[in-house]
Design a protein around this ligand. Structure first.
Ligand code: ATP
Length: 352
């Protein structure tokens, strides 16, 4: 049976990089015989033009019927002032996508602060300090009088346990098999303490994987000085938000930072970068992050649906991207090349 996938282009560079990801995914699927059914869905400025809303109900309903989707970046600044939709946190909550998986990988010929980096970060995405995840209405912050502001943080055993389990499952498939749990339980004894406890509990189910714990401030320093020592890193929402951008900065920046937002039932390929309005419409955005996010979606579909053709398609995409980067003939400007977005996407599809 065909897997059902959505294409949500988003705004600004979204409609430029998302088609490149879909092009490469289709080519890889054709090679392995993976059956896919694609459906295009509107959000963002296009959603507003056609359906009167940046996150139309018809799109929300349609996504529920899919197995996963490719999700472009959204450009909030471009939205009509009467439709200030906040798309990402509510969507993650609606589809219970609780882990944002963000690999950070260096390439020998791409300029970067560090070489030989290969880390997978897992950031919890449905709780913590991000309001969209923790409250039904409002922002999770309030100001009882003009001199005091109060913010709320929610950590649950369920939330911590499931992101920790996802981290151990990924670590178990990797060579080094280390999970680093990053928290600050020495100070936040209850919230970070609960997160740390759940990581330890999950570790008992994975005897081949080693758990280490590092306090977040020390981790931030070690990540800058010696990122090669880390394998899989799991942390809470806010810490993860910051540390994953730091990670991307170590290996070449946002154009090289793919991501997968996943839960039990749904997953979406979503690059770390935003909609980059400063370079939109010029066909110069780097499609790497979006294409490799699509690759991660195939890996997830392979695991979730026990579909070896999806896993094989992901491996083909990995090898094709490695080849294009090593040859360095079809790279976009941010990687030191002269290729357009489309030319780099074409080169990856051709390398398949
Ligand atoms: P957001 O707040 O929506 O996450 P941001 O503030 O992180 O967005 P981006 O829109 O991601 O900002 O852009 C940050 C910088 O990185 C910009 O200069 C942009 O041009 C550059 N950039 C982002 N994505 C890419 C890409 N795929 N290729 C090349 N440059 C990019």
């Amino acid at each position: 049976m065909a897997l059902k996938l959505g294409i949500v282009a988003g705004d600004d560079i979204g409609p430029e990089v998302v088609p490149e990801a879909v092009k490469v995914m289709k080519a890889a699927a054709a090679k392995t015989g993976l059956q896919l059914e694609w459906q295009e869905l509107l959000t963002g400025v296009r959603g507003h033009e056609v359906h009167g809303h940046t996150c139309p109900q018809s799109t929300v309903d349609a996504l529920f019927k899919l197995d996963g989707w490719v999700f472009g970046p959204h450009g909030h600044d471009a939205y009509p002032k009467n439709d200030p939709t906040w798309i990402n946190p509510p969507l993650r909550k609606k589809y219970e996508m609780y882990a944002n998986v963000k690999p950070v990988k260096s390439y020998p010929n791409i300029p970067s602060v560090h070489k030989d980096v290969d880390i997978v970060f897992l950031r919890e995405t449905t709780e913590g300090m991000q309001g969209g995840g923790v409250v039904v209405a409002g922002s999770g912050e309030f100001r009882p009088n003009d001199d005091i502001s109060i913010g709320m943080r929610v950590i649950t055993r369920k939330g911590a346990n499931r992101v920790a389990r996802a981290a151990f499952e990924i670590a178990n498939t990797r060579k080094r098999k280390i999970v680093t749990s990053v928290h600050k339980a020495s100070v936040y004894k209850l919230c970070c303490g609960m997160f740390a406890e759940e990581c330890r509990k999950v570790a008992e189910d994975f005897p081949d994987v080693r758990l280490e714990e590092i306090l977040v401030d020390g981790f931030a320093m070690k990540l800058v000085m010696n990122p090669q020592r880390f394998d899989v890193v799991v942390t809470t929402n806010q810490f993860g938000d910051i540390l994953t951008d730091e990670g991307a900065g170590l290996v070449g920046g946002l154009g090289l930072a793919p991501g997968l937002v996943m839960g039990e039932r749904y997953a979406m390929a979503q690059a770390t970068h935003g909609s980059a309005p400063d370079i939109a419409g010029q066909n110069i955005a780097n499609p790497y992050a979006m294409i490799m996010s699509g690759k991660m979606l195939f890996e997830w579909l392979g695991r979730k649906h026990k579909e070896p053709k999806a896993t094989a398609a992901a491996q083909l995409m990995d090898a094709a991207m490695d080849k294009v980067i090593a040859e360095a003939k079809h790279l976009t400007g941010d990687l030191g090349g002269k290729a357009s977005t489309t030319e780099m996407g074409d080169a990856v599809a051709a390398a398949l």
